[in-house]
Design a protein around this ligand. Structure first.
Ligand SMILES: *[C@@H]1O[C@H](CO)[C@@H](O)[C@H](O)[C@H]1NC(C)=O
Ligand SMILES: *[C@@H]1O[C@H](CO)[C@@H](O)[C@H](O)[C@H]1NC(C)=O
Length: 175
């Protein structure tokens, strides 16, 4: 009896997990077909990063999980930038741009939190507005380097944030 109950729970969990997997894979397939800048593998691994994505049953669940992983990433970028500044490997010019990037990514993180709040209150136009702000904030970091003719030491990080945010817009198109 006990074993049967456990087995049923196991099957239910497995079923929930595979529903979420299918949801993620189907979405990423469609998104990659529609948008040149969205790569299937990046999309799947990015969406799987949030533990809640494993129990996602619809695209709204997935959307919230995806924004949470974005906020984890922007917070992670703040940590990386702080570390680079501490190491003092670069000159004053690059450091000054990195300082600007810190504010940009703090701001982006705040905007991501506001995006989740807007979605939870079903205000999608507000959510899109906050998400656009998050995108512009992270682009501002790159722009600061470009305008001074400097090579950003965190190009990869800013690219990852950019591609992750594209996933958000692709998801909202399909809601
Ligand atoms: C999506 O699923 C969650 C539960 O996983 C539920 O709370 C929510 O209402 C669903 N949203 C839509 C739009 O179906
Ligand atoms: C940036 O990404 C490229 C390709 O993904 C990789 O080869 C390179 O090592 C990365 N650079 C840094 C600084 O992480």
């Amino acid at each position: 009896m006990k074993f049967v109950a456990l087995f049923v729970i196991f099957l239910l969990l497995l079923n929930g997990f595979s529903t979420a997997q299918t949801l993620i894979q189907d979405f990423c397939k469609k998104a990659a077909a529609k948008h040149r800048d969205i790569k299937y593998d990046f999309c799947v691994s990015s969406l799987q990063q949030d533990p809640q994505s494993k129990s996602a049953t619809n695209l709204t669940d997935l959307l919230i999980a995806s924004i949470k992983t974005d906020a984890v990433k922007t917070t992670n970028v703040v940590g990386i930038v702080n570390q680079i500044i501490k190491e003092k490997k670069y000159g004053k010019d690059i450091e000054s741009s990195l300082d600007a990037c810190l504010s940009c990514f703090y701001e982006a993180t705040d905007e991501l939190k506001l995006t989740v709040a807007s979605i939870k209150s079903h205000d999608y136009s507000d959510a899109n507005w906050h998400m656009s702000n998050a995108l512009y904030s992270s682009e501002d970091c790159d722009l600061d380097f470009k305008q001074r003719g400097l090579q950003s030491p965190i190009t990869n990080e800013t690219n990852v944030v950019y591609y992750k945010i594209l996933i958000y817009f692709a998801l909202t198109e399909m809601l």
